[in-house]
Design a protein around this ligand. Structure first.
Ligand code: 5GP
Length: 208
């Protein structure tokens, strides 16, 4: 009997696109996944000022407005958007190189950025994309978390809360929805999505 199939020995990376309102806990989940060595964290560019303790090249690439706009002109961004009055964007090179090498990439981006990634016509991106929305347990809890963080002034906080309500109405656009509970349970469920998605037949290079 002849074997007319081969067993896949490698796979493409998963592009885990994660959205959710500020205060949903999504950044912590994405960072932890990366700290555990499960995926590389896609470091975004932004024009917002660095918060206390944030490091250029680790938390974000902090760019001037001019630099960001020049990069848009040079078509360097995979996606970019205005969020809370500032610019945020993901550089192309980083994402595709990792996916082709079978390295999973986790992107913490807003709903506009996720929409751009979803509508991307690049075959590699289509094959690798998995999108997840993180919801807080309630609006009251979200308000409490945002106020507790104390990283923003009142005006910025009000804007984040207003934007959060708008973003949350879009959870159904995502393949997965995770309603936040305890930190440990959230992390376990979040990791499970990635573990299962790695095994989808479409990720194996031999798929027709
Ligand atoms: P923060 O200023 O709190 O770090 O992030 C504010 C928002 O910007 C969050 O919702 C975050 O997911 C989003 N964000 C961070 N990086 C990017 C990016 O590269 N692109 C887009 N579209 N949104 C981003």
């Amino acid at each position: 009997m002849s074997e007319n199939f081969s067993i896949p020995q490698s796979r493409l990376g998963v592009l885990l696109v994660v959205s959710g309102p500020s205060g949903s806990g999504k950044t912590t989940l994405c960072r932890k996944l990366s700290d555990q060595g499960e995926a590389v964290y896609s470091i975004s560019c932004t024009t917002r000022a660095a918060r206390q303790g944030e490091v250029h090249g680790k938390d974000y690439f902090f760019l001037t407005e001019e630099d960001f706009v020049e990069r848009i002109g040079r078509n360097e961004f995979f996606e970019h958007a205005h969020v809370h009055g500032k610019r945020y964007g993901t550089l192309k090179s980083y994402v595709t190189e990792n996916l082709l090498c079978g390295v999973d990439v986790v992107m913490d981006i807003d709903v506009q950025g996720a929409e751009q990634v979803r509508s991307c016509q690049d075959a590699l991106v289509k094959q690798c994309l998995v999108d997840v929305f993180i919801l807080p347990p309630s609006v009251e809890e979200l308000k409490a978390r945002l106020a507790h963080r104390g990283t923003e002034g009142q005006a910025a906080l009000d804007l984040r809360l207003k934007n959060a309500i708008g973003e949350m109405s879009r959870w159904q656009e995502y393949a997965y929805t995770l309603v936040s509970g305890s930190r440990e349970a959230d992390m376990e469920r979040f990791r499970s999505i990635l573990v299962a998605e790695r095994m989808r037949s479409i990720r194996q290079p031999q798929s027709p």
